[in-house]
Design a protein around this ligand. Structure first.
Ligand code: GLC
Ligand code: CA
Length: 589
């Protein structure tokens, strides 16, 4: 283990909170902003498909990626500087978490102006240069669109709270309390305590699913939809490839304001657990998604809608695509990546569901993001962490799915939570300390080099401290190590693009009663060879056998395309030896 392992409870608190209920341009040349696309496979008879179906999307948390002006906070120029790195890694698109002007209570998810750039990240000219630079590197840019709520400093809300009869009053959710000092109902904020805040001036309460400073917009009001869709047009016109839709399941609440059901136990904030039926995933969400998709479709180049979709099961996820691709192209699948233990049966089941139960729509697998402890810590066993991280990468990039990565995942950055409450930046860590330490741990600066500030900045103090392992865990050092996680990621991404079976093959689970080894076939849809992927989830050597005849495959040997952990380069499918936590990606011959 390279660094301390977090307690399961602490590391997953945020995703657990959300989970109970819980991103332009086309096949290349038609795109207005990307002239060439790397999404067209070079070597197959594959029909042209929209770029996003095979995409590797890379999430950048701009504060933490690359600082260029020495203030300890990442910026747009920094991202532009690193486009060569991203192209070399092989990503198709980057998703930027919010860079709009913001009081930064929720580090940008509290937006006070949707059509500008926060000066701490740069200027609109910097943004345009980023888009143009990205295009040269064949990388698309997705913006984060926060439609559920604004900052309490947004002019809309300032007007709304100014008087009960202000024209924008109804843009937010204002209600009378039940009695003096009593909120309208029992709804809780996902960030702790009541979701209602009293406004003394107008003597009513406003609703906020997240922080007090993030009032929810009232999506029952059509003017809200009009305003927000204009925001989408603003960025589409500037050349973004689409959006990642923040907190999309939270747009609507029960108009009757019925209480949520109280469930047994208490959450990390000490509040009673409660259901989410009245405030999450209401059916009207789909009407908005359909309407937004219609707007996005008026732009050329296969612009994409990605959704933050924490949902309870595959059926709810399936609904997010809508009929005939009418809603999201890529709602995030949080089922596979957040199993949080190496359980072969569970991975098999979930990957199979994504393959079979989405009507041919493409799942978007994700293991890491800025809200949950890094996968390194969630899957490690303290002994084989490096090998396990190779397994996580393999699942993400060799299954039949689009893939979402988070900066630093490719080098094995670990979660580095604050040690004292005083160090905490993320407000939920202050509200919930010590059970909920907040999300700082997964947002530490990108580790580029073994040098000062890990090459992230020149500041004496970076906004979050650089993780202690940066001297060995960084891009520069790992680039020079042939067996590093970074090199593994780069090779996997190149392979999934160039290999027809990995790119387009169906995903067929093999040896389905094996609880130690997860194996699947990526069946070549054309004439060429298929690919077998096998991963040993245990600390013991395992020998597995594959019978592929029933899938119409005659070969009896596999030639390894990639392997880790001491697997032979050519193996008989009758007896494949897999050392502890080893990975085999083999082409069947
Ligand atoms: C999403 C974002 C998270 C943010 C929240 C409120 O869950 O990923 O970081 O705090 O929405 O906007
Ligand atoms: Ca800066």
């Amino acid at each position: 283990m390279r660094y301390g392992t977090l307690s399961q409870a602490a590391l997953f608190a945020f995703a657990l909170l959300l989970s109970p209920l819980l991103f332009a341009q086309a096949t290349s040349s038609s795109s207005p902003s990307v002239t060439q696309t790397s999404s067209v496979a070079p070597t197959t008879s594959a029909p042209a498909t929209p770029w996003w179906r095979h995409a590797v999307i890379y999430e950048i948390y701009p504060r933490s990626f690359q600082d260029t002006n020495g203030d300890g906070i990442g910026d747009l120029k920094g991202i532009t500087q690193r486009l060569g790195y991203l192209q070399n890694l092989g990503v198709d698109a980057i998703w930027l978490t919010p860079i709009y002007p913001s009081p930064q209570v929720d580090f940008g998810y509290d937006i006070s102006n949707y059509e500008a750039i926060d000066p701490m990240y740069g200027t609109m000219a910097d943004f345009d240069r980023l888009i143009a630079g990205a295009r040269q590197h064949h990388i698309r840019v997705l913006m984060d669109l926060v439609m559920n709520h604004t900052s309490d400093q947004h002019p809309w809300f300032i007007e709304s709270r100014s008087s009960r009869n202000n024209p924008k009053r109804d843009w937010y959710i204002w209600r009378d309390g039940k009695g003096p000092g009593q909120p309208p109902n029992n709804w809780q904020s996902l960030f702790g305590h009541s979701a209602w805040t009293y406004d003394a001036k107008t003597q009513q309460w406003y609703y906020h699913k997240f922080y007090t400073q993030q009032p929810d917009l009232n999506w029952h009001n059509p003017d809200v939809q009009t305003a927000m869709f204009n925001v989408a047009r603003f960025w589409l016109n500037r050349g973004v490839a689409g959006f990642r839709l923040d907190a999309i399941t939270n747009l609507f609440e029960d108009p009757q304001l019925r209480d949520e059901k109280i469930l047994p136990g208490k959450n990390a904030y000490g509040d009673p657990n409660e259901g989410l039926a009245m405030t999450t995933n209401l059916p009207q969400v789909h009407d908005v998604l359909r309407a937004l998709r219609t707007v996005v479709n008026t732009y050329p180049g296969n612009r994409v809608l990605v959704g933050e979709t924490y949902l309870p099961n595959i059926d709810e996820l399936e609904k997010m695509y809508g009929a005939h691709d009418g809603q999201l192209q890529l709602p995030m699948d949080m089922q596979v990546g957040m199993i949080n233990r190496l359980d072969a049966n569970m991975f098999r089941l979930r990957i199979q569901q994504a393959e079979n139960d989405l009507r041919g729509n493409m799942p978007l697998f994700v293991f890491d993001n800025h809200d949950i402890a890094r996968s390194w810590d969630r899957y490690s066993d303290g002994v084989h962490d490096e090998a396990i991280a190779h397994i996580v990468a393999t699942i993400l990039l060799t299954t039949h799915s689009a893939a979402l990565m988070y900066y630093g995942q490719e080098i094995g950055m670990v979660t580095s939570p604050p040690k004292t409450r005083a160090e905490v930046q993320d407000p939920i860590g202050k509200i919930g300390w010590p059970k909920q330490k907040g999300r700082d741990g997964e947002r530490t600066p990108m580790q580029w080099t073994p040098g000062f500030d890990a090459g992230f900045s020149t500041a004496a103090h970076t906004w979050l401290p650089v993780a202690v392992d940066y001297k060995s865990v960084n891009v520069q050092v790992e680039s020079a190590q042939p067996d590093s996680l970074y090199v593994w990621y780069r090779k996997l991404i190149a392979l999934r693009r160039s290999n027809p079976a990995l790119r387009d093959g169906s995903n067929i689970m093999l040896n389905t009663s094996d609880s130690n080894v997860l194996s699947y076939l990526r069946k070549n849809p054309w004439q060429g060879p298929s690919v077998v992927v096998a991963m040993n989830f245990t600390a013991q050597t395992r020998t597995v056998k594959f019978d592929l005849h029933s899938y119409g495959i005659r070969g009896s040997r596999a030639q390894t395309l990639m392997q880790n952990g001491g697997v032979a380069t050519s193996v008989s499918l009758q007896a494949v030896n897999l050392p502890p936590f080893a990975v085999l990606i083999g082409q069947v011959e």
